[in-house]
Design a protein around this ligand. Structure first.
Ligand code: NAP
Length: 268
């Protein structure tokens, strides 16, 4: 098995990554950065996002593992003090994996007419800061609403606990094949009207945004931001690719949610 250890720049993550690399090498694993079988991210959920984007063109054969150097995360099943247990699990690997949906966005630019396709693990947002974002929203071929406000966010099920949750989105179980559209500060009055609640779409439907003719847009794809290009349209679908995690043990999803957002179990 060829393994890549991908760490963030923090001291504690680099220290854990060094320890893990030494342990893996001494137990016979081959360290490989170009075409690994398993990518182990060491840091937080944000580090796993970076590892995902680095290897987004190799999703057909890579399995990911997340080691968190803080609390337990959503993409990170292992804690930094469990490095030895993780190496044993890798030695006993039988190819176990679990996969989760990704979001595909196709952005057609109004200046050149080119279309760029990208994948997101958490979410894609379209925003405008200097003035109100105006965009028509279609579901499949059908006009749905005219949005006015700060922006729109389309998230994956695993991204539903990230930015989407902060703007009032629902938490989706990661095994649902779905995407969620969430509004960011929509204007609603007698003149302008949107649904004003998150919308969850199945995998056989898609979303199309046709924003007004201006160029001061901000587009975010997970941790990446691009600015100031005129956008003709953005199409969102559940991607045909999925992210695969090597799963050697199972943390019940709702326990993870409870631990991250509520913190202590108090029954009445
Ligand atoms: P960051 O600003 O350094 O970190 C944002 C926080 O989001 C971190 O605490 C990170 O956890 C957490 N996070 C990332 N993915 C998550 C997920 N799927 N479920 C629950 N929490 C998650 O940014 P970053 O590390 O580069 O990550 C980019 C992501 O941050 C974006 O995709 C967006 O979802 C999120 N974000 C959220 C807000 C907000 O909620 N207001 C604002 C900006 C960005 P770790 O500490 O484990 O890395």
């Amino acid at each position: 098995m060829k393994v890549m250890v991908f760490s963030n720049d923090g001291n504690s993550s680099r220290h854990v990554a060094d320890r893990l690399t030494k342990k893996l090498t001494s137990t016979g694993f081959i360290m490989e950065s170009e075409r690994p079988d398993v990518v182990i991210s060491v840091g937080g959920d944000g580090t796993l996002l970076s590892a995902f984007h680095k290897y987004a063109t190799q999703l057909d054969h890579i399995r990911f593992i997340g080691v968190h150097t803080g609390h337990l995360g959503f993409y990170t099943d292992w804690r930094d003090f469990e490095v030895e247990d993780l190496v044993v699990a890798l030695q006993e690997d039988m190819g176990q994996s679990i996969s989760y949906p990704l979001l595909e966005v196709k952005i057609k630019y109004a200046d050149t007419g080119e279309t760029q396709r990208q994948l997101a693990l958490n979410e894609v947002t379209l925003r405008r800061y200097a003035a109100t974002l105006r965009t028509d929203v279609y579901i499949k071929e059908n006009f749905f609403e005219s949005f006015r406000g700060d922006g729109l966010c389309v998230s994956t099920p695993t991204g539903s606990t990230a930015y989407s949750k902060s703007i009032g989105g629902a938490v989706l179980h990661p095994q649902l094949d779905a995407m969620q559209l969430t509004e960011i500060a929509s204007i609603n009055n007698r003149v302008y009207r949107t649904l004003s609640s998150p919308v969850i779409l199945p995998s056989n439907e898609w979303l199309l945004l046709k924003p007004s003719k201006t160029s001061d847009y901000v587009v975010t794809i997970d941790q990446f931001t691009s600015k100031d290009r005129p956008i003709a349209e953005m199409q969102f679908k559940i991607a045909k690719e999925r992210i695969q995690f090597a799963r050697y043990r199972h943390t019940y999803f709702w326990d993870r949610v409870e631990d991250a957002f509520i913190g202590s179990k108090h029954e009445i």
